[in-house]
Design a protein around this ligand. Structure first.
Ligand code: UD1
Length: 341
C-alpha cells in the first residue's frame, strides 16, 4: 500500500481527501499542527473508514520535525494542503501569510529532493486567474494575474516556485490543482468544515446563520453586472474535490516522465449568491435572515471553470450537485450542534 503524506490532513479539504485515499487503497499519513483544525475530525475519519491514519502533530515550516516523518516512512507522494486561507486576514497580515504559505511549501520541496520523493499535488486556487477578462469560463491557459490578496498571491507564487523547482529537477512530477469554491461536507455527517471564529466563506456563514450562530447574513453587493446583481462562483462539492486528488495520484502513478502541470477543479457551472440562498431555503425548509450590504473589496464578479482538461487527462469530473453540497453542509451544521460546536 502506497503512503501518501497529506499536509493539513485534518483540515477541511485534507480530511475529505484522506477518506477518499483510504477508500481507494492508499495509506494516507497526516501531518497537521491543528492550529486551524480539530482532533474531532480525526475521530470522524475513523468512523467513516474504520482506519486511524498515522498522524504527526508537526508544523511543516519546522524542517527538522518534518524530516522525522520522511525518515520513519517510505513516502510515495505528497498532497500539500497546509496553508492559511482567509483572504481578508491576509490583507491585514500579509507577512504571516507569505511566511507560512511559502516557507511551508519550500520546506516540503526541500524534503522531496532530500528524500527522493517524486510526486507532489499542490492545493492551488482559481484566484490565480483574478477577474477573467471577457469570457467568465476560464481554462488552464487563461491569463493569470496578480491576485488581489496576499493569500491569493501566495498561491500564484507557490505555483511559480513549484515550476522553477521542476525546471531544475526534471524528474519531479508536480501538479497544481486550481480549486474553484469548495463547499459541502461528507454525506455521513462525520466530517466537514470547522471554521475557527467567524467564517469568511459564504456557505458556512449561511448554515451558521440558519442555526442561530449569527443574526443575519450580509450579501456583499447587489449591483454587479450579473443577472441578479450578485457575484457568481463555481461551487464544487468537497467530496468531488477530494476525489480529484486521488485521480491525480493515480495519473502520476502511470506517468513515466517528470512533469509539471495545472488543472482546474470545478463543475463548469456558475451559481450566484442569491441562488445559493434560494437553494438553501428550499433544502433546509426555512427562511434565512439576510440583507444586502456593500461590495466586499477584492471580490471577483464572475468566474467558473472549464474543467475539460481534468476530464481528459485525469479522468475526473464533478459528480455531485450544488444542491447535494448544500444538503450535506446543512446536515454537518446540525451534527456540530449536537457536539455543541
Ligand atoms: C475566496 C478566494 C478564493 C479562495 C477562497 C478561500 C478570491 C477572489 N477568492 O473565494 O481564491 O480559494 O476564498 O477561502 O480571493 N459572500 C457574501 N456574504 C458572505 C460571504 C460571502 O455575500 O458573508 C459572497 C462573496 O462576496 C462572493 C461569494 O459569496 O461573491 C463567495 O465568497 P467566498 O465563499 O468568500 O469565496 P470567494 O471569495 O469566491
Amino acid at each position: 500500500m502506497k503512503n501518501i503524506l497529506v499536509t493539513g490532513g485534518a483540515g477541511y479539504i485534507g480530511s475529505h481527501t484522506v477518506v477518499e485515499l483510504i477508500n481507494s487503497g492508499f495509506n494516507p499519513i497526516i501531518v497537521d499542527d491543528f492550529r486551524n483544525s480539530d482532533p474531532l475530525i480525526l475521530a470522524g475519519i475513523e468512523k467513516i473508514t474504520n482506519k486511524e491514519p498515522l498522524t504527526y502533530k508537526i508544523d511543516i515550516c519546522n524542517k527538522e520535525a518534518l524530516e522525522i516523518v520522511f525518515k520513519e516512512n517510505q513516502i510515495y507522494g505528497i498532497i500539500h494542503f497546509a496553508a492559511y486561507k482567509a483572504v481578508g486576514e491576509s490583507v491585514e497580515f500579509p507577512l504571516k501569510y507569505y511566511f507560512n504559505n511559502l516557507v511551508g511549501l519550500t520546506t516540503i520541496l526541500e524534503c522531496m529532493l532530500e528524500f527522493s520523493i517524486e510526486n507532489l499535488v499542490f492545493s492551488s486556487s482559481c484566484t490565480v486567474y483574478g477577474e477573467p477578462a471577457g469570457v467568465k469560463e476560464v481554462t488552464e491557459n487563461s491569463r493569470k494575474v496578480k491576485p488581489s490578496s496576499p493569500y491569493g498571491n501566495s498561491k500564484l507564487i507557490s505555483e511559480n516556485i513549484i515550476e522553477d523547482t521542476f525546471t531544475a529537477n526534471k524528474h519531479l512530477k508536480t501538479i497544481c490543482l486550481r480549486y474553484f469554491n469548495p463547499i459541502g461536507a461528507h454525506p455521513s455527517g462525520q466530517i466537514g468544515e470547522l471554521p475557527h471564529g467567524k467564517p469568511n466563506n459564504l456557505l458556512p456563514f449561511v448554515t451558521q446563520t440558519a442555526i442561530g450562530k449569527h443574526e443575519k447574513l450580509t450579501v456583499f453587493g447587489r449591483d454587479y453586472p450579473t443577472d441578479d446583481g450578485t457575484c457568481i462562483r463555481d461551487y464544487i462539492h468537497v467530496v468531488d474535490l477530494a476525489k480529484a486528488h486521488v485521480k491525480t495520484i493515480k495519473f502520476l502513478e502511470n506517468e513515466a516522465e517528470g512533469l509539471n502541470d495545472a488543472f482546474n477543479i470545478g463543475t463548469g457551472k456558475g451559481t450566484s449568491v442569491l441562488e445559493i440562498i434560494k437553494k438553501f431555503e428550499k433544502i433546509s425548509n426555512q427562511k434565512l435572515n439576510w440583507e444586502f450590504g456593500k461590495r466586499r473589496s477584492g471580490d471577483v464578479i464572475e468566474i467558473y471553470a472549464n474543467a475539460k482538461k481534468s476530464f481528459e487527462i485525469l479522468n475526473w469530473k464533478a459528480e455531485l450537485t450544488v444542491d447535494d453540497a448544500i444538503k450535506d453542509a446543512w446536515n454537518w451544521e446540525n451534527t456540530l450542534k449536537k457536539f455543541n460546536r
